[in-house]
Design a protein around this ligand. Structure first.
Ligand SMILES: Cc1cc2nc3c(=O)[nH]c(=O)nc-3n(C[C@H](O)[C@H](O)[C@H](O)COP(=O)(O)O)c2cc1C
Length: 224
């Protein structure tokens, strides 16, 4: 999307198997991040990516095998690892599936074991101090948006990332990030969430907050 000199980079991961409501919310968050200025964004839908589940071989804790971060599988994670590594902020979004994130998203997150601090892949500790924000959308108003967001926050904390919510302005009660609702009768409507005005604002607030904190961190690193 937009480019300026020495920008912060924000990656938006869409954890839905379809291009629908989650995708719409991440786009809103990224637009709002770009509006802060000096921010470059990339949208990464996981739909269509072929990702094998982690098998706990722990070979990524040994020396790097060849050029791959995950010595066991050569799949679409090869495209994901460098995107994660070069980002300053990461927004992870999921539809609520049974009160939590989608299986597809969990599979991707588990395969980031080569980034944990014990890994010897070249990526070890590589997500530390990046800024993380979460978004969840369900068809029920209290369908598990916050429990899904909490799962994503746990993921960020395990990677020693800095977790932010939607910020204080214009988003009353959206403490945890982007939380939105469609409707059970509109489960096939791919943009049903557009009618959830507060949900859209919470995603926008999150995008802005991730951008502002990522810029602060980049500035303080430059001054060191
Ligand atoms: C397998 C499955 C489980 C779901 N479980 C929940 C749930 O627990 N709570 C909820 O509010 N919505 C649930 N939903 C609805 C989705 O979260 C909702 O349709 C969401 O908008 C989908 O996002 P998308 O349009 O980006 O795919 C479920 C949908 C599916 C397919």
């Amino acid at each position: 999307m937009s480019k300026t000199a020495d920008p912060v980079r924000i990656l938006g991961i869409v954890g839905s198997p379809r291009k629908g409501n989650t995708d719409l919310l991440v786009r809103e968050a990224l637009k709002s991040a770009e509006a802060v200025g000096n921010v470059e964004t990339e949208l990464m839908p996981i739909a269509g990516l072929k990702i094998h589940p982690c098998v706990a071989c722990f070979r990524c804790f040994d020396e790097k095998t060849g050029t791959r971060a995950c010595p066991s599988f050569e799949d679409d994670m090869e495209k994901v690892y460098p995107k994660l590594a070069r980002s300053d902020g990461i927004i992870i979004a999921s539809p609520v599936y049974f009160g939590g994130i989608t299986g597809q998203l969990k599979t991707l997150l588990d395969r980031t074991e080569p980034f944990v601090r014990y890994a010897r892949t070249g990526y070890g500790g590589g997500l530390s101090n990046k800024v993380g924000g979460a978004i969840a959308v369900g068809y029920n108003r209290n369908g598990g948006q916050e429990t899904s967001i909490q799962m994503i926050h746990s993921y960020f904390l395990v990677h020693d990332m800095i977790v932010v919510g939607s910020g204080p302005a214009e988003t009353p009660g959206c403490y945890y990030g982007g939380g939105a609702v469609t409707h059970p009768k509109r489960s096939k409507v791919l943009d049903a969430v557009a009618g959830d005005e507060l949900g859209i604002r919470s995603a926008k607030g999150l995008g802005e907050k991730v951008a502002r904190v990522a810029l602060m961190i980049k500035k303080s690193n430059r001054e060191k």
